[in-house]
Structures are given as C-alpha cells and as structure tokens.
Design a protein around this ligand. Sequence first.
Ligand SMILES: [Zn+2]
Ligand SMILES: [Zn+2]
Length: 267
Amino acid sequence: MIPNIDYHMHTALCGHAVGSLSEYVEQAIALGIGEIGFSDHAPMVHMRLQGVTMDYRQLPLYHRLIDEVKAKYSGKIAIKYALEADFIPGFEAKTQEIIAGYPYDYIIGSVHFVNGWAIDDPMAIEYWKTADINQVWRDYFKLLRQSAQSGMFHIIGHCDLPKKFGHRPTADMSDEVKATAKKFKECGVAVEINTSGLRKPIKEMYPSPIFLKLYCAAGVPLTFGSDAHTPGDVGKNFREAVELAKSVGYTEYVSFDKGKLAQRIKL
Ligand SMILES: [Zn+2]
Ligand SMILES: [Zn+2]
C-alpha cells in the first residue's frame, strides 16, 4: 500500500521544475493516489532570486493551471491548492499577505534559509565548509519552531533539511527535536515524510527515523510528499515512506481541505 496523498509537488512556474501539471496528475492517477496538492514555491519575500520561486505576477496563472487540471481530472483524483512558502523571520507580514491572497487548502512552511544562506543550495557547499554544523542545526530547529508558532502553515516541510549534503549533527539533537515536536503539536501543524531526500546526496528521506519517532511520540500529525520537480517523481518511494511511518509508530496520516485538517486516514 502507498499513501493516498502526495501533498508536495512543484510546477515549471518556479523555474527549476519540469513538466505540465497534467503529467504530474497522470502519474499520481497511474499510481492509484487519490489526492494530490500542488505546492509550488511561493514568491520569495526577502530577496529576488531567479529560478527559485514563482513571481507574484505568476500566481493568477498558477491558480488557473490548477483549476484546469481540477476540471480535466474531476472524478478521477482530488487536487488541492497549496504553496510551499519559506519562513523568513521578520518577513511574516509579507508571507501572510501572499498566503491570504487565495483560499489555499494548505500551506507547507519550509526553512531553506538559516542565518541568511540557503542551506540546501549546492552553491552553499562553500559556506558549510566553515560553518559550525551543530550550531546550524540548532538555529534550524529554532526556525522550525518559529515557523509553527507563526500560525501561517499547516505542514512543516522536510524537517531535517540541513542533512541534505551529508552534514549530520555530531551533537545529540534529541532535546532540540523534542522541543520542536512539542511546539508542532501545540500549534497544530503536521510534519511530512518527504521522499526527495532519497534523491539527494544524503540518500535518506526527511526526517530521519530517530527524529520522526519523536514527532510521532508527541502526537504530531503526518502527511506524505514526494517534493516532485518532475512528473516521474510523483509518489516516488511511497512504499518505503509508509514503512518508515509505521516503523516509528504512526498508525494514520491526515489530509487538509480549505485550510483545515480534513481526514485522518489509517496507514
Ligand atoms: Zn524546488
Ligand atoms: Zn523545500
């Protein structure tokens, strides 16, 4: 069995994903997935970066393209309106403005920037060379807690992204993760199993089993996302994702509708 949802996928509008929305939808249907959400990168609020996120002016087109596939595949699959938005402290109002501009079903809040640099960017490898790795992780977890606290997001994306290129913490981070999981639970945000880590140098899903176990223990709801940037990656490694979820104790996952937790689905 694979999960019935894939809640994290992109479109060519962000500038670094390929394929038409129909191709993403058809791949999901072929796998037997009943519900997907397009969660393309929301416009960047703190700097201009080409090829990283959509532009404000593209949002009407983004919504129109989703409307088109919703109509085209009606009765075959449910399609949700979503965004993946960066959490940048100090820019909450601007982020909120984007999120409030449309009735999204859910918003994935992601931390890609720590202390001003994009930790998941291959260009940032140089920064990693001189960074205090454990401190980056601590700062990262603090930002995750602030993301949840902001009240802007329903799901927090790829919750141990700093490991992407292999920079695992050498210090014990369980207290950080426990505090983060507690905050997620308090704020009512879900965590996602994001399978894209398997396609990155770390070759492991986000988050790691030891971290995910702490989110499960804290009672944090779960979603699944492939983070597909190409149609062929929709629903990728979802069987393994279910195994991971079960192995840490999850017995269900959740879906969202119009900004609210909609269903609890048995694993
Ligand atoms: Zn992307
Ligand atoms: Zn992301």
